[in-house]
Design a protein around this ligand. Structure first.
Ligand code: PBG
Length: 335
């Protein structure tokens, strides 16, 4: 051979593989461990029994009837999952979402049923109007033009909704409509109504997303016209997420959420580094559907994929993991 001779490689002194040699050492050096204690299980509850049943786009998830929900949450509690997040599907809808704050509406009744079946389970309720309005928007619609959700006219309705949920026994309310001022409005209403200890989990950083598709099938909350881009965030924005979060802290949020989480782990990390509140990552319906769809075809190993996704969210800095995989995850973690 001609040309320069290639020197023998310098042998590495640092060998990372020493700490990867066995499952035992991997356990000792593992930095992030997902626990059952982190999990929040979202549940859909239908007011009308005729609306109960499986959700096509979310294999394994059901719209529960008010009678059926008790058994389900008993099992959830037995698995050791600490919390559920309740979404209501009302039997009737109207222009302003009256059903959202009805004292005998689907969520107050669901809260009572869950409390009865599993007294120690933490009950979080979604506070939004989109499932309760005929047009599917998250608030009062000002026909315009331009048509838009009237932020300030919506706030009193969110206040009533949160108070109705607290009165029914919710431990935590989760305003999800991305209305400006919603956290302050809900906080003052809860305090005035005698519920100063009910906490607020704010969907502080909620992006407009294609990944809510299956949820909208599940809850029937798809907007009939227009979209949510005037109030949900643009996926391109990072600094704005921090402003949203800081504002919700100032308004009295107890826990902040980033949603959807999977494509926004940089935002979770940023909020973790800059703020001291507990953070929730919402592993949303479209993310669940992607894994379920691929797993059903044998394209990914579901258990490994879910473990990887949730570990990634926790490693990014999330404390609470809101996931439709919570039940399966709890079983896997116990096995
Ligand atoms: C609004 C709400 C939505 C989700 C949670 N709360 C839908 C939306 O904003 O369009 C989506 C959750 C998911 O996709 O899993 N009430």
């Amino acid at each position: 051979m001609t040309g320069p001779s290639i020197p023998p490689p310098e042998l590495p002194r640092v060998r990372f593989r020493r700490l990867r040699r066995s499952p035992a050492i991997a356990r000792l050096v593992r930095e992030t461990v997902v626990s059952i204690d982190d999990l929040v299980y979202p549940l859909f509850i239908a007011e009308a029994d005729t609306d109960a049943g499986p959700i096509d786009a979310m294999p394994g998830q059901l719209r529960w009837s008010l009678e059926g929900i008790g058994n389900e949450v008993r099992e959830v509690a037995e698995l050791g999952i600490p919390a559920v997040l309740l979404f209501g599907i009302p039997s009737a809808r109207d222009e302003i979402g009256t059903g959202a704050w009805a004292e005998d509406g689907v969520i107050p009744r669901a809260v009572a049923a869950v409390r009865d079946a599993a007294p120690d389970l933490l009950i979080i309720t979604d506070v939004c109007l989109c499932e309760y309005t005929t047009h599917g928007h998250c608030g009062v619609v000002d026909p315009g033009p331009p048509m838009q959700v009237d932020n300030d006219a919506t706030l009193p309705l969110l206040q009533r909704t949160a108070v109705a949920h607290a009165r029914a026994g919710a431990d935590v309310v989760a305003p999800s409509g991305m209305m400006d001022g919603m956290v302050a409005a809900v906080r003052s209403a809860l305090d005035a109504a005698g519920y100063p200890d009910v906490a607020i989990l704010s969907y502080a950083v909620k992006y407009a997303s294609a990944f809510y598709g299956p949820f909208r099938e599940a809850a029937g909350g798809a907007p009939r016209f227009g979209d949510r881009r005037t109030h949900q965030m643009d996926v391109a924005n990072r600094r704005e997420a921090l402003r949203e979060a800081v504002q919700d802290v100032a308004e009295g949020a107890d826990i902040l959420m980033v949603k959807p989480a999977l494509g926004r782990l940089d935002i979770v990390r940023e909020l973790r580094d800059r703020l001291d509140l507990p953070l929730a990552a919402y592993n949303v319906s479209g993310e669940y559907a992607m894994v379920k769809g691929a797993a059903a075809r044998g394209w990914v190993d579901e258990r490994a994929a879910v473990m990887e996704i949730l570990t990634g969210m926790k490693r990014a800095g999330a404390d609470l993991l809101i996931t439709y995989h919570a039940r399966e995850m709890a079983r896997w973690l116990r096995a």
